[in-house]
Ligand binder design. Structure first.
Ligand code: ADP
Ligand code: ZN
Length: 741
């Protein structure tokens, strides 16, 4: 009987190919094995996704698998099943989904353990007579043994150095049978040079104990299988996660903790390391490739039972999974912006379902989708309504910048109220965080005479002025340009170009003028390009070397600094006016998160929010700390217009360099799609996307809404198979889209 393997080839599009398994490899190849196969005229790497004894193809035409890569199967059946589900649900090629579930640090050619030569003593080394003999005739060799026996085994080079000799001497000892030299993997440990104090479980507050009880039930009985842990900032969610993980461990099960990339700070890692030590592996994009490879394999080999990491850590090969925690579940960054465009929170729920493990979604501001699932009883709901020790929630003041501008006669970065509050903190040696979600110095360069705005040639956005480098930068494509000496409009040529709007650089500059003695630090993606800068800045802030920390959303998440008593939001309107139906929800979440950084110590916190739309419901609800009030209103609007959570939304974006081609093929596509769509699907477009042009490509969107995704994706897939896009136009499908830019 022939043995046939179905293989996903890495370089090929959405297809699986059958190959014969040669006899010599029969014993070694399993589902998940990585193999080399003949492909076209050359060869390619791929993964075995299933084994069979039949093929749809004539067996005589099948080629043989050439070889295997590595000894063990890298992808287990459960992870492959999950990849298949992702490909199907998110309309992505299977092979892209398989690539996603297997980190490149593990998958790519040349990935492997770092090995070093180790020296081990043999029995002869403890034979006193033999060693005495050696001491007489070869004192250098004897010295090596003296060093070695103190430490049992050592790296070859260390040993040579410590014994004051060369590796040659040790080789001679090996020939004489006193030692053995062998290869041994050294672990590249991302936390190697940090000492972390072991922590003990805290005694839980009643609200935490109740929440833990529900999670424990979930781990034991899967009733409920998903728990939404809705706890205000500082309510002790993390302690609940830690003790829940311990429950899973006590039952011999593993756990995965997902946190948004941006809040995967050393502080967060420390809390988990402190409790679980070496049982925990970290998977994080800022680790070196080697570190990632080794951490992944520690999980694969069962040496680490707990994984903490960003989005893709969800696919870690944890055995006997008992619990998945998704912290800050509302975070848009759980959505991957390239194919497969999956949302790690939703896939976590799916993995939990497939592997019969409990899932905990934690947040201070549940996504409306999750909250509705909790209200309908699909998820369990555990609430932590108070801060630990009943510390007071911060008080939020909303400052109307229109009034401020009128009083001052011009627009300022800071209101008087905010300046006064910062001064107070400096006087009292307390700390301040100022938040503005825009880096750079000025938002745009504007000609006061003709109104010309310096725009990127390739994208439909204004360029941002960066003062440090004295350049205009496009935040979409990254292009940099010199600042023009005069207005580029040929009918104008006015030399008096002016800056409009402000970014974090400008905030920092103005602060330095107003508070010349204060220690000010900026933290955004421009100041954190170096590997360790993120950690260093936060370290300095924590030890009090910095009075005022200015930053983008990088400082909004999950940080805990007891001495921060003031948080300022410089322009709350920025997220409010995004062309996106979730703009209000995002603004509410952002304000709540940012405010949550204040007053985490003994002194009550204060939050000052500057805005031009002070009466917007999202801002007012955030001021009152009123999540339910916000939801009541927002959900009505979503229901009326059938937006999520009342519908699933699929966004199809086409782009190309020639605008007519893009819009025309968009029309043709819709014409082909429309007859296939069931009645329940609402279609809008094609229309220019809010970001109408990026990197030179014109972008058009079609937005589809329906009660279930299948109603949209089934016809979409059918049409995509036969529809011919013209050359130079490409199309991307985003299921449950999070960003509609
Ligand atoms: P959240 O994740 O909800 O924002 P944290 O888990 O960061 O809240 O908790 C806030 C602070 O309260 C932390 O310093 C934490 O160590 C402390 N804490 C949490 N639970 C308890 C408890 N039961 N007793 C004492 N301190 C606690
Ligand atoms: Zn650009």
């Amino acid at each position: 009987m022939p043995r046939i393997a179905r293989v996903i080839v890495e370089i090929a599009v959405d297809r699986e190919f059958d190959y014969l398994i040669p006899e010599r490899l029969e014993a070694d190849l399993k589902v998940g094995s990585q193999v080399v196969v003949p492909f076209g005229r050359s060869e390619a790497r791929g993964y075995i996704v299933s084994l069979a004894d039949k093929s749809d193809v004539d067996i005589s035409r099948l080629k043989e698998i050439r070889d295997r890569v590595g000894k063990k199967a890298l992808v287990e059946q459960n992870i492959l099943d999950l990849a298949r589900w992702i490909a199907d649900y998110y309309c992505a090629p299977v092979e892209a989904a398989v690539r996603t579930v297997l980190p490149s640090a593990v998958r790519k050619k040349g990935a492997g353990f770092k090995e070093r030569l180790m020296v081990f003593p043999t029995d002869a080394a403890t034979n006193e007579l033999a060693v005495e003999e050696l001491r007489k005739h070869a004192p250098k060799q004897a010295a090596v043994l003296d060093v070695l026996l103190g430490g049992k085994e050592m790296f070859l080079h260390h040993l040579a150095k410590n014994a004051g000799t060369t590796t040659g001497t040790i080789r001679t000892l090996e020939e004489k049978g006193f030692v053995q030299i062998g290869r041994s993997a050294v672990r590249r440990d991302p936390m190697a040079n940090q000492t972390i104090l072991k922590t003990q479980p805290l005694e839980l507050m009643p609200q935490q104990a109740d929440a833990l009880k529900m999670v424990r039930e979930s781990i034991d009985t899967l009733k409920p299988s998903v728990v939404l842990l809705y706890g205000v900032t500082g309510s002790g969610k993390t302690e609940v996660y830690l003790q829940a993980i311990q429950c899973a461990m006590d039952k011999g099960k593993g756990a995965i903790v997902l946190v948004p990339e941006i809040s995967l700070t050393p502080q967060t890692l420390e809390r988990f390391r402190g409790r679980f030590g070496d049982c925990i592996a970290v998977l994080h994009s800022s680790l070196g490739e080697g570190e990632r490879h080794d951490e992944w394999h520690r999980v694969h080999e069962g040496k680490a039972q707990i994984v903490i990491g960003a989005r893709s850590a969800l696919f870690a090969p944890v055995k006997n999974l008992g619990l998945i925690v998704v912290d800050e579940e509302h975070e848009p960054s759980y959505k991957q912006e390239e194919a497969p465009r999956y949302n790690a929170r939703d896939v976590a729920v799916m993995r939990g379902h497939m592997e019969k493990c409990s899932v905990v979604l934690g947040t201070a501001t549940p996504a409306l989708e999750s909250y509705c699932n909790a209200l309908s009883g699909k998820y369990g709901l555990a609430r932590l309504p108070h801060r630990v020790d009943h510390r007071k929630m911060p008080v939020m003041h909303v400052v109307d910048m229109r009034v401020e501008a009128e009083r001052e006669g011009h627009v300022n970065v800071f209101s008087r109220e905010l300046i006064h509050a910062v001064q107070q903190r400096i006087d009292r040696s307390e700390q301040t965080m100022l938040f503005l979600n825009r880096r750079g110095y000025a938002t745009s360069l504007i000609c006061p005479k003709c109104g010309f705005v310096a725009q990127c040639d390739m994208c439909s956005v204004a360029m941002t002025y960066h003062r440090q480098t004295d350049e205009l930068v496009c935040h979409i494509c990254g292009v940099r340009r010199k600042v023009p000496k005069q207005c580029p409009n040929k009918d104008c040529r006015d030399p008096a170009f002016r800056f409009a709007g402000f970014g974090t650089q400008r905030v920092e500059a103005v602060l330095a003028k107003v508070f010349p003695k204060a220690h000010i630090q900026r933290m955004d993606s421009d100041t954190t390009t170096q590997k360790d800068s993120h950690r260093r800045i936060l370290g300095d802030f924590r030890t009090g070397k910095i009075d005022i920390l200015v930053g983008t959303q990088m400082i909004a998440k999950g940080l805990h600094f007891p001495n921060v008593t003031l948080v300022g939001v410089l322009l709350a309107d920025m997220s409010l006016h995004m062309p996106d139906f979730r703009a209000a929800e995002r603004t509410f979440q952002l304000l709540t998160q940012v405010a949550g950084r204040a007053g985490r110590g003994d002194v009550k916190g204060e939050v000052i929010v500057q805005t031009y739309t002070p009466f917007h419901p999202a801002i007012q609800a955030a001021r009152r700390l009123d999540y339910e009030g916000f939801v009541d209103q927002e959900i009505e609007f979503r229901r009326e217009l059938s937006y999520p959570p009342y519908a699933h939304l699929v966004c199809v974006t086409m782009k190309g360099l020639v605008e007519e081609k893009v819009s025309f093929s968009g029309e043709a596509f819709v014409k082909a799609l429309q007859p296939e769509l069931p009645k329940a699907v609402v279609l809008a477009g094609p229309a220019p996307a809010p970001l109408a042009r990026a990197k030179g490509h014109y972008r058009y969107q079609v937005i589809l809404r329906a009660p279930t995704t299948k109603l949209v994706t089934a016809p979409l897939k059918k049409v995509m198979k036969i529809f011919k896009w013209p050359d130079g136009v490409s199309c991307a499908i985003d299921v449950d889209a999070v960003s509609l830019m």
